[in-house]
Write a protein that binds this ligand. Structure first.
Ligand code: RB5
Length: 146
């Protein structure tokens, strides 16, 4: 499952992304917000999607706000969430390979729809490398002893 969430600034891009990835046959869940005109709190939606990802091992999350910054910060406060903010596909690929990221955040005021599709496709198609050195570093992120 891919959990999508945004604030009002990211609403339009989120809707386009859900439509695109649903058409490709991906299971998509829309956590909200459900309006592009009603101002809302990006942190609330980032945390809601993060909670869904944390409760469903193997799930991914896609977050969209104006910059991707605020909503990724909110998501990263939840245990087990590793959310990267990306504005190009290389970061999306490397954060899967190295960080085993389970969420990605985009800025609707930073990237257009075609670039956003490419970023998320790179994210979804790249497996975690599983390398020992990366596992150790992820343990440190999670606050575990290495
Ligand atoms: C909303 O105006 C904006 O602050 C928000 O979408 C996001 O960019 C925060 O990081």
């Amino acid at each position: 499952m891919i959990y999508f969430a945004s604030d009002h600034a990211g609403y339009g891009l989120k809707q386009e992304l859900i439509a695109f990835f649903s058409l490709l046959g991906k299971a998509c869940s829309d956590i909200g917000t459900h309006s592009g005109t009603e101002s809302c709190n990006y942190a609330e939606y980032g945390r809601r999607a993060a909670a869904a990802v944390a409760e469903n091992p193997g799930a991914f999350g896609v977050l969209v706000c104006g910059t991707g910054a605020g909503i990724s910060m909110a998501a990263n406060k939840l245990k087990g969430i590793r959310c990267a903010c990306a504005s190009e596909p290389s970061t999306a690929r490397l954060t899967r390979e190295h960080n085993d990221a389970n969420m990605i955040a985009l800025g609707a005021r930073i990237v257009g729809i075609e670039l956003a599709k490419d970023i998320i496709t790179a994210f979804l198609e790249t497996p975690f490398s599983g390398d020992e050195r990366h596992l150790g570093r992820i343990s440190t992120i999670e606050g575990r002893e290495t």
